[in-house]
Design a protein around this ligand. Structure first.
Ligand code: MF3
Ligand code: CO
Ligand code: CO
Length: 253
């Protein structure tokens, strides 16, 4: 079942989403060569608690940490550890907050130190694909429009779209219906209606789309070892288009 949110629910959810977005802005200056992903986890954890919210990943289906941190060939759901980030790495930090029971879910891929040309092109392409997808969202559009916008742009640039993970409805639940695929055909799939809230979070691989899950049961990595990038926003369908709830005035993302 798809939960259509009232304007009053959106107001509550907007606060959670803004907090999640602020966490990304807050953590950015700490993403430097030499920092461990555990240190980034702990800073985010404390910040979220200090703002009267809960980090949704912690203990979610057994996930052991408060954020996901996915480095280089890690696609998503990387577990923060004593791994030190190195110059030239790319790292995705995925933040999900629960504030007044509502979830806000957002992630960005950051450059550690000086970006390599190849990594820069991959990350820029992933961001642009996400933004193009967001622009398709309005009442009467279809979920397939979102997937098609991403797939078309990304594949034309020689990259591939991960199939095993998708965007999702969100609200009182971390993950609810519908599933938002990052590939598809214009005009196909569910028709969008005002009050729907969901994420768009394409995972794009430099090489092939195939993945495997590491022995930690969480970390998804590319099978061919190529880099993978991701950007995520939570949005809601308005009367005329959409509002990106995890995009604050301060961020260009
Ligand atoms: N935040 C992720 C998403 O975008 C889900 C993380 S699940 C966790 O849907 F358990 F790994 F935290
Ligand atoms: Co999500
Ligand atoms: Co997320």
């Amino acid at each position: 079942m798809i939960h259509i949110k009232s304007d009053a629910e959106i107001e509550v959810m907007r606060k959670s989403c803004h907090l999640a977005a602020e966490v990304l802005t807050m953590i950015e200056p700490f993403v430097k060569p030499g920092v461990t992903t555990n240190e980034l986890n702990d800073i985010c954890h404390e910040y979220i608690l200090a703002h009267n919210a809960i980090p949704a990943p912690l203990n979610y289906r057994g996930f052991p940490k408060s954020i996901c941190s996915s480095v280089n060939d890690e696609i998503c759901h990387g577990i923060p550890s004593e791994r030190k980030l190195r110059n030239g790495d790319i790292v995705n930090l995925d933040i999900t907050t629960i504030l007044n029971k509502y979830h806000g879910d957002t992630n960005r891929t950051f450059f550690v130190g000086t970006p390599r040309k190849r990594a820069q092109r991959l990350v820029e392409t992933t961001l642009e694909a996400q933004q193009r997808a967001i622009e398709t969202v309005r009442p009467g559009a279809h979920l397939g429009d979102i997937g098609a916008a991403i797939q078309k742009y990304v594949e034309a640039r020689g990259y591939s779209v991960v199939r095993e993970f998708c965007g999702h409805g969100i609200g009182l639940n971390f993950h609810e219906e519908p599933q938002v695929l990052h590939f598809g055909t214009v005009g196909e799939g569910l028709e969008l209606k005002k009050g729907m809230t969901f994420t768009i979070e394409p995972m794009i691989n430099e090489g092939k789309a195939d993945l495997k899950i590491l022995d930690d049961k969480w970390t998804a990595v590319t099978l061919d070892g190529s880099n993978s990038a991701q950007f995520e926003h939570t949005l809601w369908v308005t009367d005329t288009g959409c509002e990106v709830l995890t995009r604050t005035n301060g961020t260009a993302f």
